[in-house]
Write a protein that binds this ligand. Structure first.
Ligand SMILES: [Zn+2]
Length: 252
């Protein structure tokens, strides 16, 4: 298979259009089309971003090695990662095997410069529609795919902190589980859906990482002298979400 054929297969498997990928990478659609048509090939650095966005192995995408199946949490980018995750030694740091690479994570990282992290702005910049809608208490939110468009709906009856967590949770499905979304995923009050509980736990973990990045946890944790209540307030999250992020509890 040529590079273009592998990219075409990866796009198809991830149910991602060329224009959607170009938007994720922040480039023009004809560039993606030229790669698919084998008229041009992206830089190695860019291949890692594409692989991460489409959840395939970067080595496979680059030269056909391996089977092209990326693991959910650890897209094995190996040496192709130009921006390895930080090796923070903060007491707030928790074990992390999530590769925060790819164009979408670049957008998220820009918004993670200060707390509270603006999840609505992240949706906007990723081209995801965000809808606030009155719903029963038993429903947190959903992510629905319509053509090339994704819509996240959040229950406007819930506390603003809960809404922020829900949006981050649905964003996690978009980032990490796009190939599993199908026509849509609806999360109940306990973030359970038609997806497996393993996938849902993963989405909660990623949501907490979106809302509370390492460097801000370290900074704000020190400023507030590790006062959990005060730290949660600064992040606009619940105590429970903060505890989840710190590995003190797990959502099940
Ligand atoms: Zn979910």
């Amino acid at each position: 298979m040529s590079f273009g054929e592998r990219l075409s297969k990866a796009l198809h498997d991830a149910e991602t259009s060329q224009s959607e990928l170009s938007r994720l990478l922040g480039i023009r659609q004809p560039s993606v089309n030229a790669w698919v048509k084998d008229k041009n090939q992206p830089e190695t650095k860019r291949v890692a971003e594409i692989a991460s966005a489409l959840n395939v192995d970067a080595g496979w995408l680059l030269d056909g090695r391996g089977d092209g199946v990326g693991s959910l949490m650890t897209a094995t980018l190996g040496k192709f990662v130009d921006n390895p995750s930080d090796n923070s030694t903060s007491s707030w740091a928790v074990e992390n095997d999530l590769q925060q690479t790819g164009a979408a994570w670049q957008i998220i990282k820009r918004e993670q410069q200060e707390a509270p992290v603006r999840v609505g702005v992240i949706c906007e910049q990723l081209g995801i529609n965000l809808v606030e809608k009155l719903g029963p208490d038993s429903l947190c939110g959903s992510i629905v795919k319509d053509g090339d468009d994704y819509t996240i709906t959040v229950n406007s009856m819930h506390h603003p902190n809960r809404q922020r967590f829900t949006i981050a949770h649905e964003l996690a499905h978009y980032l990490q589980h796009r190939h599993l979304i199908g026509d849509g995923v609806v999360d109940d009050a306990l973030y359970r859906s038609n997806l497996s509980s393993k996938i849902e736990r993963e989405a909660n973990t990623i949501a907490a990482r979106i809302l509370m990045p390492d460097h801000l946890l370290e900074y704000i944790g020190a400023q507030e002298e590790d006062d959990m209540e005060a730290v949660a307030l600064r992040f606009g999250v619940s105590r429970q979400a903060l505890a989840l992020r710190l590995g003190q509890i797990t959502f099940d």
